[in-house]
Every structure is written in structure tokens, then in C-alpha cells.
Design a protein around this ligand. Sequence first.
Ligand SMILES: Cc1ncc(COP(=O)(O)O)c(C=O)c1O
Length: 499
Amino acid sequence: MQTDDATTGGLTEAIETLLPALERFLQFTEPERTARERAVWSAQLDEPLPQTGAGSATVLSLLRDVVIPNGLRLGAPGFSGWVATMPTTLPTAANLAAVIAGSTYHCIHAFNVLEAQALQWLAELVGLPSTYQGLFTSGGSVANLVGLGAARQYAAERLGVDPARDGIEALPQPRIYASTEVHHVVYRAAAVLGLGRRAVVPIPTDEALRLDMVALRERLRQDRAAGCTPIAVVANAGTVNTGAIDPLPELGKLCQEQGIWLHVDGAYGLLGVLDPRTSHLYGDLRMADSLVLDPHKWLAAPVGCGTVFVRDGNLLGRAFTLESAAYVEESQPVYALDAPLTSQFDDFGNLFIHFGVEQTAPSRGVQVWAILKEIGAEGVRARVCRHNGYARHVAERVKSSPYLELMAPVTLSICCFRYVPPTLRDRTDNQAMTILNQLNREVLARVRARGRCIPSATTVHGAFVIRPCYINPRTTLADVDALVDEVEACGAEAWQAHS
Ligand SMILES: Cc1ncc(COP(=O)(O)O)c(C=O)c1O
């Protein structure tokens, strides 16, 4: 007998109602109309809070007929924007399983065990020892926040201050050093940690958009003389703009010499260490005190899955531990040490709440476990190498085209390029730059409107560039070629319209 207005049974029927719509969505065969028809479908959803429920059948049919068909097609094979994609099948299924059977990561259950196991596997995958403390987070923003929180703890403790307890008032002029290409979430992390966005010191890059070591050394010297406190150097292991990798071996050495925390933001690119063409750029990752790797990027886990690894787990605990709370600790029976547990709720299992900023959180490890168990380290390596190969393929096509220009070196799976009509080919003056920026904005808009390929864009040395980033497991070489063709075709159209 049902006791609550919400349905608690009939899961199979509910999911089976939605599955055909989801499978259709995953075909990506029909042209996208969601943006153009927003007024039509959103009118079906726009209503006041229902005072009485419409019932499960109504909810399911709205999901099936209105919501799912107008979802976000991040996984379409032609999508290569930002650092975003959709999950593959197994982590999707694992996620659903976790929602039901592992809905939070505490206590004694299989999902809790996989939380720890998946972190160990990920560490091993990139060559980190199992002694690093890993943590799943909601994504790269929080993973960077946690890594930099550990860095703050380290720097302050060296001055005899406990920032977790006392705040950072006693910390003189804290500074985080990062290249001008660092991801913008690092600035926000500095703000949240009370260091302030202005604590982030932007260090110039070389032509290839890697942090300039000479400039960093000089700035550190000046700042030390001025009494500043270095909190961390943030190294990009794959910048979001071009995929550039900062000089990690040199940064590791410098940080070791100067006793500064090295934080590696590899949210996107840490997995590039698996590609023999790029592995040497990572040096020995054990030089890093903290590292970020987002499974919801190149591993194609469902969105909401980042990780951070910190060398010193005790220090991380001192930065983030929760105080005890009667309702939590008092809920645990006192057993003799050798007494068998009798309930899965009598122990918290692998405990992660003391290493980050979440208490109740979903089981995320199962998604990563499912990916690694399904395709293994070699499957991940094959994906990374294939995608890095796609970016190199775009670069080759760009170099051999009279209408395209390569705008940054290709390191990982990003290729930045633009359309240049032959008459503007060798022009570097401001007027030509303005025209080319405007033209390429137009090209991006035209490519997207056609719908076959959806890249994103960025600026490189002030130039607006088309920026495909290949992390999408569904993308084929034909999709990669199609993008170059589309940019050439749309470039010609846009230039003709302009002339
Ligand atoms: C290098 C890098 N760091 C951090 C982030 C932020 O990650 P998230 O968007 O998962 O919070 C991104 C996202 O693209 C990134 O590419």
C-alpha cells in the first residue's frame, strides 16, 4: 500500500518509459532545434508551483516528450567545445546504480569500497604512489580549491599558524603563482580561501604559452624581499585554452629548492601522461604536492566527478577535517576491537568527509571504477592517443590549407586555428587583426548554425581562434575532418558576405 504521494516502486516501468527517448537522444541524428524552439518547449514547463501533484504518468511523459528531446547534446560526435562531453554507457549505468544503491559514500557498502579503489586506480594510472590521499569532488573547481586549501595549510604551518583554526590574518601577503593561462577557477579558489583574488600573481608565458621560468624566479625573488608568503605555484598540465603544459620538471625542482607547494592543475590534461608523445612533459609527477584530474572530462564520467590527490593526507586532514558532532559520533555503537560489525551503519567505511568540503555526497568512485574496469588503462591510453592524434591531424590540415592558420602549438587534444583569406595572409597590423577577429566570430557562428560540428573558441595572443578540444569518445576522424571543411566553407561564405 502506498503511504506517500511520491511513487516508491515501479522503477523499471518508469525507466522503461524514458529509455526510448534517451536512446533517440543519443542517436544525434536529427538536427538540433532546441535553441530555435526554446519558446515552444519552455512554455510547456513554465508554470507555478503545483499545489497538488500531477502524478507520475504526467511527470514521466513530460520528461519523455519535452525535457529529454530538448536536453544538451554535449556528446554529439561533432561536439568539440570547451572541455566537455557526455558519459559513455557504463559510467551512466553505474551512476544510476549509485543513485539507488549507493546514494551516499559513507558506511559499509560496495560503493564505498569502490570510492577508495577507484582513487587508487586513478593514482596508479598516472604514476602516483598509493600514499597520496585522493578525494572525489564535484569537479575541477572544488578539486583546485581543496588542493590549494592544503597548500595554504602547509605554508601557514611553516610560520607557526593554523589557518584552519585561526584564519589567515597572521599570514603576511600570501601569494599564489600561476601563468597567465591558468584556469579562472584558481582565482576564485584564492578568494574562497580568504587569500583574495589578488593573491594570484600572473606570470607571463613563452611563445608556446607555457609559464616562463625566468619570470617566475624573478618574481619570487622580489616577493620574498618584500616579505610575501608563497602559498603555491600552480602548474598547468594542459591549459584550457591551448593544452599547453607548463615546464613541470623545472617547476618541481624550483619548488623543492624553495620549499614551495607545487599544485598541478591537470583537470583536463593530466591523462596526457599516458601518451608516449607527451609523457616526458610531465616529468616525475611525484614532485607535485597536489594534483587535480577530472574524470568528467577525458574519462567521460558523468558530470559531477573531479578528483584531487594530495601527497600529505594528514596535512589535508588538518586543513579540512570536520569537528565531531554528537549526532554523528554518538550514533556509532562501541564495540570491542575484535567484535564483528553487525550493521552496515555501524562504521563509516572509507571516510572522505575530512578531506574536502562536502559532508553528504554521492558515491562517485563507482563511475570511475566502471570506466577503468571496462576499458582498462590501455583503453584510456588509446583514447588519449587517438584524441591527441585528432588535434595533430587538424594542425596538419590547417598547415596545408591556404585559408587556415595555426595559432598555437598542439600539445594535447586542442588545436587553435583561424580562417584567413589570402589577401590578409601576411598582415599583422591592428586593422587586419580586428577584421580577422570579427570574421572568425562570424565563422564560429556559421559553423554552429549548420549544426554538423560544434567547436568553441578562445583568444590566443589577442587573436580570436576556433578551438576544438577532443575528449569526446563518440568523435571519429570523419567528424574531425568535417570541422576543418566547415571552417573553410563558412570562412569563404563569411568573407564573401564581408567583402
Ligand atoms: C584546466 C582546468 N582546470 C579547472 C577546470 C574547472 O573544472 P570544472 O569545470 O569541472 O569545475 C577546468 C574546466 O574546464 C579546466 O580545464
